[in-house]
Design a protein around this ligand. Structure first.
Ligand SMILES: [Zn+2]
Length: 401
C-alpha cells in the first residue's frame, strides 16, 4: 500500500516535470514582429518550426511515415528528420545541427540556434539571428556582401567534358580493388523494350562480358549484382555493393535508354548522383529507372556523407563516356546528373551508364549483335583500366615516398 502511494507520487512528479512549459519568443520578420510559443528544453528552449514557417510564408510539409519535414520557399528548401542531427539544404548541402529535431505536443521543435541555421538556408540573402537576452529571432533584409551571395551558387563548371580530370584532381584516398557491376532490371522487370529486344537481356550480357574481361585480365575482385535473369530490388543492389569497402570499390550500373515515344532517341549518357537533375529529361529517366522506389532522407544523407567520392565518380563517368562514344560511335550526350536510387544508396564512387537507345532502330540493331556487345564491354573495360591507372597515380602522389 505504502509502495503504491510512493509510486503514485513518483509518477505524478515525472508527469509534471516532463511536461513542456510554454514560454514566449519574439519573431521579427522584416519590419513586423510576433510572439510565438516556445517549449522549455535542455539546454535551451525549443521552438515550433511550423509556427515560424507559417509566419514567414514558408511551406511546411510534414511527411509522417518518413518522420521528416520539408520547409520550402522560393525554390529553397531544407529537409529535417526526427532524431537525425543533420538537415539537408537544397538537396545537396548537409547542415549539422547542434541537437536532434523532435516532436513535443504534436509540434516539430528545434533549438533557436538550429532554427537560425535552417532559416538562413531558406533565406540566403537575409540576415537571420537569435538574441538570447531578449529571446528574439530576427530575419532582416540586410544586404549580404556579394561574396557571401556567390557562395550559394554551386559551381557546376566541372561537368563539362572539356574539364576532364585526367586523374590529376583525385584526392588519393581511394584504391581500386573491387568492381561491382549492376546490370539493370531483370526477371519480371524487362526495362525498356522494342521489337522483342529487352533491356534486361542486353545489359546482362554486356555486364557478364565486362566481368569476364576484368576477371581474366586484372587482379580486381569482380561482383555482379545478378548473373541470371532474376528480379532484384534496387535496395538489394545497393546493399550488395555496400558489403564492400567504399574506399576501394567502384559501382557501375548498366542500362539502355529508350525515348518516351515509340521510336527515336540516340546516343550514350553516363550519370553521377545529384538530387538536382541536369534537365527534365534526366529527371524523367531517373524516375523511370527508379521503378517507383523512393529515396528517403536517411539514404540521401548517407550519400552526402560520402560526397568525397564525387571526384572519383566524375572521373570514371568521363572515362566511360569518352570510351563508349569514341569506340562505339554513338552520339556523346555527355556526363549528366540525376537522382538515381542506386547511385544515392551506394557509398562508393558510382555511375550509371545508358549505353544507347533501344528505341532507335540503328542503335538497337547494333546492341543485338554479340560482337558489338563484346565491343561495348571492352570499351567499359578500357575506361576502368584508365581509371585504375589514375587512382594508382593519385595514391602515389598522396604518399610521396
Ligand atoms: Zn533501365
Amino acid at each position: 500500500m505504502k509502495f503504491a502511494k510512493l509510486l503514485f507520487i513518483a509518477l505524478a512528479f515525472y508527469i509534471i516535470f516532463s511536461l513542456p512549459i510554454w514560454g514566449s519568443v519574439t519573431l521579427k520578420y522584416d519590419n513586423n514582429s510576433v510572439s510565438i510559443g516556445s517549449f522549455s528544453g535542455n539546454p535551451s528552449i525549443l521552438l515550433s518550426l511550423h509556427e515560424i514557417a507559417d509566419y514567414c510564408g514558408i511551406d511546411f510539409l510534414w511527411n509522417a511515415p518518413n518522420e521528416q519535414i520539408i520547409l520550402s520557399r522560393d525554390g529553397k528548401n531544407v529537409r529535417l528528420m526526427l532524431n537525425n542531427q543533420y538537415a539537408l539544404a537544397n538537396g545537396t548541402e548537409l547542415v549539422p545541427l547542434s541537437s536532434f529535431p523532435s516532436v513535443l505536443q504534436g509540434a516539430f521543435v528545434l533549438q533557436p540556434n538550429d532554427t537560425v541555421l535552417v532559416l538562413s538556408k531558406i533565406f540566403p540573402f537575409k540576415t537571420v539571428s537569435y538574441d538570447e537576452q531578449t529571446s528574439t529571432i530576427a530575419i532582416t533584409s540586410e544586404e549580404k556582401s556579394e561574396s557571401t551571395q556567390n557562395a550559394f551558387i554551386r559551381d557546376r563548371s566541372t561537368d563539362s567534358s572539356s574539364a576532364f580530370y585526367e586523374g590529376s584532381d583525385l584526392p588519393g584516398n581511394f584504391n581500386l580493388k573491387t568492381v561491382v557491376i549492376d546490370p539493370g532490371h531483370g526477371g519480371h522487370d524487362a526495362g525498356a523494350n522494342r521489337n522483342r529486344v529487352y533491356e534486361k537481356d542486353i545489359v546482362l550480357d554486356i555486364s557478364k562480358k565486362l566481368a569476364e574481361l576484368l576477371k581474366s585480365n586484372t587482379k580486381l575482385k569482380v561482383v555482379l549484382t545478378r548473373s541470371t535473369d532474376v528480379f532484384i530490388p534496387l535496395s538489394q543492389r545497393t546493399s550488395i555493393a555496400n558489403r564492400y569497402p567504399a574506399d576501394s570499390t567502384l559501382f557501375i550500373c548498366i542500362h539502355c535508354n529508350a525515348s518516351r515515344s515509340k521510336v527515336g532517341g540516340h546516343g550514350t549518357e553516363t550519370y553521377v548522383f545529384d538530387l538536382e537533375a541536369t534537365d527534365a529529361e534526366a529527371r524523367a529517366l531517373a524516375s523511370r529507372e527508379n521503378e517507383g522506389e523512393s529515396m528517403d532522407l536517411t539514404m540521401i544523407l548517407s550519400h552526402c556523407y560520402h560526397t568525397g567520392t564525387e571526384p572519383y565518380s566524375l572521373d570514371i563517368a568521363r572515362r566511360v563516356q569518352r570510351s563508349l562514344t569514341t569506340k562505339l560511335g554513338f552520339d556523346d550526350r555527355g556526363v549528366r546528373r540525376a537522382p538515381f536510387y542506386v547511385l544515392a544508396g551506394t557509398k562508393m564512387p558510382a555511375i550509371l551508364v545508358e549505353v544507347a537507345y533501344l528505341s532507335n532502330t540503328e542503335e538497337r540493331e547494333k546492341l543485338q549483335s554479340e560482337s558489338f556487345r563484346q565491343k561495348t564491354a571492352e570499351a567499359l573495360y578500357d575506361a576502368i583500366i584508365g581509371f585504375q591507372d589514375a587512382v594508382n597515380k593519385s595514391l602515389a602522389k598522396a604518399k610521396p615516398n
